[in-house]
Design a protein around this ligand. Structure first.
Ligand code: ZN
Ligand code: ZN
Length: 363
């Protein structure tokens, strides 16, 4: 074969360096460990990276992680063994305008950094640069999230066969966690919610020792981690016959969820998508009972950009992975929430959560 050599693929550090230059910074200090993992691949608990606008890339860790960094951090980075106080090692060679992560760096660490940098260095608040890149997933990231979503589908399927009535919420949560690990998850992506009856009216209920009653609604909100990437899914099961209001609310939340899903596409406003579900629920007479945002981005963290809420900013982009999770919470009686994990595409969403959404009755 003849012809030009294939163009080398731009790395995440390349794309970040471009953003650093666009922000008129000379360098960006990456200190948050999740951002550090995204940019460098490093999964240890002490490290930082310096990304220069002109192509300089330095990774610093302490002696405990030198071997791990050799294995995980690509050679495009100069890998430096620092003292345990890495800020000092990173600060010494700095010059010009240096961005730091004001969303994550503590006030104390910032003060120390300001003391350590040479005279003439201007420290500039530049939080969110890595998070912006993280919000648009690469195919390999989507694949991991999809695997994590599949494990949740399977765990819900197994639970529906085992039954719920008479088991404690806590026992069901523990069993879901064990089952997801058995199926290949590294662990849950957040503490699992199992909330029956009136307890389900609290959107962030934690599981109790209480036995799950018959003829109630049970909110099951769970996710797991696969190769560092999270999933998130909610289903609301019935444990028998429901009274009219509960059945009506379930149908309303499902209709709102499906309408909002249809609105998820590249270019849609984060607020507009939220408003689709919010209006549907308000039209059904329960507007005051949907007290949280419609959804959130999911990736290396369970809550990341973009946010779908009445105050959400910006528009969705192809490659965003977001949840769509309206809920109605009737205080003292029950709650309903239905949550899918979806990949934003140009034409519409690719739904990763496959467990059925028609009301499932589990005895
Ligand atoms: Zn959830
Ligand atoms: Zn969620």
């Amino acid at each position: 074969m003849s012809g030009a050599a294939p163009k080398p693929q731009r790395t995440r550090a390349d794309r970040l360096a471009e953003r650093v230059a666009e922000c008129e910074l000379d360098a960006l200090l990456v200190t948050n460990l999740v951002n550090l993992r995204y940019v460098t691949g490093f999964t240890g608990t002490n490290g930082l990276a310096l990304i220069g606008s002109g192509g300089e890339r330095t990774f610093v860790t302490d002696f405990r992680y030198v071997d791990q960094a050799e294995a995980q951090v690509p050679a495009e980075f100069e890998r430096v063994r620092g003292r345990q106080d890495l800020l000092g090692d990173a600060a010494a060679p700095l010059s010009g305008r240096v961005g730091f992560d004001d969303e994550h760096l503590t006030v104390g660490a910032h003060r120390r950094l300001a003391e350590l940098v040479p005279d003439g260095v201007e420290l500039v608040a530049a939080g969110g640069l890595v998070e912006e890149l993280r919000a648009v997933k690469e195919p390999a990231e989507v694949e991991r999230i999809a695997r994590a979503a599949r494990i949740v589908d399977e765990a819900l399927g197994a639970l529906a066969e085992q039954g719920l009535v008479g088991r404690s919420e806590r026992a069901v949560a523990a069993e879901l966690e064990r089952d997801m690990r058995q199926r290949g998850a590294e662990g849950p992506s957040f503490p699992i919610i199992v909330a029956s009856g009136a307890h389900g009216a609290l959107p962030h209920a934690s599981p109790r020792e209480e036995p799950i009653p018959a003829d109630a609604l049970v909110i099951l909100d769970l996710g797991c981690v696969v190769e560092g990437y999270c999933s998130d899914c909610t289903r609301t099961f019935a444990t028998g016959a429901l009274d009219g209001e509960a059945a009506e609310v379930y149908a309303l939340v499902l209709a709102a969820q499906e309408r909002a899903l249809e609105a998820v596409r590249a270019g849609a406003g984060a607020r507009e998508v939220d408003a689709v579900a919010r209006e549907a629920i308000a039209d059904g007479g329960h507007g005051e009972r949907f007290g949280h945002g419609l959804g959130h981005g999911v990736g290396l963290e369970i809550h990341e950009r973009p946010r779908l809420s009445p105050t959400g900013e910006g528009t969705l982009a192809a490659g965003n992975v977001v949840t769509v999770e309206p809920g109605v919470y009737v205080s003292g009686e029950f709650g309903v929430r239905i949550e899918d994990l979806v990949v934003v595409g140009e034409e519409g969403p690719e739904v990763l959560s496959a467990f059925p959404k028609a009301l499932v009755t589990v005895g």
